[in-house]
Design a protein around this ligand. Structure first.
Ligand code: SAM
Ligand code: ZN
Length: 404
């Protein structure tokens, strides 16, 4: 694990602990339902993205589901409730995993997305929503998603851009010294490289129809939000009008051929589930639910992929004899090293792309873009970064003033 990931892990643990001591847990996901609990004002975007994910899953046949970077387990919980499938959430933050156990009883393990503690093809569907932009080695993480998924992968990026020029501009303004920063910006073309030419690319929402500022959603009724959500997610073509993109790959064939024409639920039923996740009160944040036997059966050793048992307090690998710690009921599945070995990455990329050498080359180029071609801090950039908060405030005031 590199320094950035270590720092990010600490930062995330703090984030997912916020308010726990005084019983007012400030969640990242809208776990309390619309306008209930600690509301951080970005729920319309998040609802639109989650609704989009559920609409896709609604038309796919699957029996098991893994959420990589699943935070408090809100999406895993919704998927389990609606589709009655086995779900697991993993996250870099053990604290986030503990929240998922305490709030939703979702099986969860802490790990880095670049080294998933599961055997090949362990889950039918694997999603990774709003995570790759934060990781040190997004290409390596994608290879892991391919490895552990049997039927398909769904990736989402809220800050996706349409053109290469825009990517360069955005990347020039990233402060790489910050933890959990949006450090990788993706274009639709990257999706075709990461997930292959058969990927289905859909927008998360249409920004022209998006409420001008998510905070305004505070004043709206649940009926208004439902109408807004339907309106902003009505378009399914990705373009300049889009905010965020979702990529779906189904391994059996093209997405069009593999998806059922009709889902099990109507859009209204899916919206009901998204808007009312059913956690009205914060649960007992001192509780430490034990690791379930189901999760132990699913986990695999990070070193040899062998099966694990739980002889005492930790987990033990029957294959290579490695021991893995469990803290407060959460397996800590981290291995030493950065997890992004260049030679290993090149050979795995080659294996994934097979005869498609162009895709393999582009995948390696993408890896270089994200890991090595980070624009240097120049005086102009330092000036902008230093004043970023102030500049953002000015931008918001200007938008208000001109009604944008
Ligand atoms: C922006 S949140 C998205 C949460 C959730 N997937 C969603 O769509 O609502 C990013 C999540 O990714 C997790 N994360 C960040 N870096 C990670 C990594 N290297 N491996 C696994 N999870 C990571 C964070 O802890 C956080 O829960
Ligand atoms: Zn082992």
């Amino acid at each position: 694990m590199g320094d950035y990931t270590k720092k990010t892990r600490e930062w995330l643990d703090e984030r997912f602990r916020e308010g726990v001591a005084d019983g007012r847990y400030r969640s990242y996901q809208p776990i309390y339902g619309f306008r209930k609990g600690e509301f951080h004002g970005r729920h319309v975007r998040m609802y639109a993205r989650t609704f989009g994910l559920l609409r896709l899953l609604n038309r796919i046949e699957f029996g098991s589901f893994l959420d990589v970077g699943g935070a408090e387990g809100y999406i895993a919980h919704l998927v389990r409730t609606l589709f009655d499938v086995e779900v697991v959430s993993v996250d870099l933050s053990a604290e986030a995993c503990l929240r998922a156990r305490q709030i939703f009883g979702v099986d969860a393990a802490a790990c880095d997305g670049v080294a998933l503690p599961f055997a090949d093809g362990s889950f039918d569907i694997v999603i990774c929503s709003e995570v790759l932009e934060h990781v040190e080695c997004p290409v390596h993480c994608t290879l892991e998603l391919h490895r552990v998924s049997a039927r398909g992968i769904i990736l989402t990026f809220q800050d996706a851009v349409v053109t290469e020029a825009r990517r360069r501009l955005e990347m020039a303004l990233i402060d790489y010294d910050q933890p959990h920063v949006d450090r990788n910006i993706f274009t639709p073309d990257d999706y075709r490289v990461l997930l292959g030419p058969d990927v289905l690319i859909t927008p998360q929402l249409c920004k022209w129809d998006w409420p001008k500022h998510d905070r305004k959603a505070h004043d709206k009724s649940i009926g208004d939000i439902r109408r807004i959500l339907k309106r902003i997610t009505a378009r399914d073509d990705f373009g300049l009008h889009s905010l965020g993109m979702t990529g779906t790959l189904l391994k059996g064939g093209t997405v069009a051929a593999e998806m059922r024409p009709e889902g099990r639920y109507s859009d209204d039923e899916l919206l009901d589930a998204v808007l009312e996740p059913g956690v009205v009160q914060a649960p007992d944040f001192d509780s430490e639910p034990p690791v379930s036997d189901r999760l132990i059966e699913r986990l695999a050793c990070l070193l040899c992929k062998g099966p694990l048992t739980k002889p005492r307090d930790g987990l033990h690998c029957g294959g290579c004899g490695a021991d893995w710690e469990i803290a407060r009921g959460i397996p800590l599945m981290f291995r030493d090293g950065s997890g992004c070995d260049d030679a290993e990455l090149a050979s795995r990329v080659k294996h994934l792309c097979g005869t498609d050498e162009t895709r393999a080359e582009r995948m390696m180029a993408l890896d270089r873009t994200f890991r090595y071609n980070r624009p240097e801090q120049c005086p102009v950039k330092r000036w902008v970064l230093k004043r970023r908060v102030q500049l953002d405030k000015w931008l918001i005031s200007a938008r208000r003033l001109f009604g944008l």
